[in-house]
Design a protein around this ligand. Sequence first.
Ligand code: 13P
Ligand code: ZN
Length: 272
Amino acid sequence: MNDILKSSQGLRTVIFDVSKIGDFLWKAGWAERNAGNITVRVDEFVDQEPRDLADYPLFTLNEFYPELNDAYFLVTGTGKRMRDLARDPLKNAALIKIISAGSEYRIICENQQGVCDFRPTSELPTHLAIHRLIAKRKSEEKIIIHTHPTELIAMTQIAELSDEHKFNSLLYGMHPETILVIPDGVGLVKYETPGTQHIALQTVDKFKDHAVVVWEKHGCFAIGRDLEETFDLIDVLVKSAKIFFQVKSAGYHPEGLRTEQLLDLKRAYGID
Ligand code: 13P
Ligand code: ZN
């Protein structure tokens, strides 16, 4: 694994950026214990196929991903901490290659004894389902970040905000930046057991129309072309949520931006 990474400047940059995002997520307070995971499609940077690919550990996927056959992903490991990813990305993330017409994958990793004890994030079904959607529609996103932003999760604990439209209206009303950065709003997925195919399907359905999807009482996923930009999507939403809770905790009811103000903003910045 290290050899492949060292051979490619592109992969070294991805590793560096992933570790930087791990640091941001930890410092933002969204990454308690092993919370959160990141995957990046990196085919374009793998310019040297691993030698003896067949020697690397092989795993069967629970679902078929034919559109992802031969794709390489950098994936964070299950149980790994974001703060450790920041310090030592090569011990907390690894490359996987999807093979066998999208039904299996190999983990390209080994420790000094030649053993690979790394396992990809438990949210791999959702990550792969989203990467498959991206491949099918041929859009340019490569990055998927899952994290646990406290204020967004807190909003999903408020029954009146369980409606997607109300949830988005509230976020838009708290800060003008929000509608400009996330013009399509966020998709809301009702609580489901994480790590399952079921939640993966619900999530991918929402990604057809949104760049950020919030999992009720759990966290959120965001997709993008660039790691920092993808982080920013979540950061902007969290800013709005924080303003909401600060006004509430000061004992006031937040006024929010008016519909005409939001429409003016969209017009001014050419968003339809
Ligand atoms: P992993 O440690 O398996 O990535 O899980 C973290 C998480 O946030 C699950 O939703
Ligand atoms: Zn999670």
